[in-house]
Design a protein around this ligand. Structure first.
Ligand code: SF4
Length: 85
């Protein structure tokens, strides 16, 4: 039976693959610095882990700029789609 591949299931599968198919080894993983570590058991950890990727926290100005960029890209794609039809 096929099931939907959720992000958590994808992480779980990746971890099983990382452990050469040994499901129990995933639980024993000691690579705490791996970004998938907290999600390796296929469940959302509570609380969610924090991480530092070295990048500064985006400002409100950054978010507004990205939002505007996304809207422009969507409008562009919709414009192209109507030309194709
Ligand atoms: S959390 Fe462990 S098992 Fe999962 S990908 Fe990272 S190193 Fe591999």
């Amino acid at each position: 039976m096929k099931r939907k591949l959720t992000p958590l299931r994808a992480i779980r599968h990746k971890c099983i693959d990382c452990c050469a198919g040994q499901v129990y080894e995933v639980k024993l993983c000691t690579a705490e610095s791996c970004p998938l570590y907290a999600y390796r058991m296929g469940k959302l950890p509570d609380p969610l882990p924090e991480y530092d990727d070295g990048r500064p926290e985006p400002t409100e100005e950054d978010r507004e700029r990205w939002k505007k960029f996304g809207q422009e890209m969507r409008a562009k794609q919709l414009g192209n789609a109507s030309k194709d039809a």
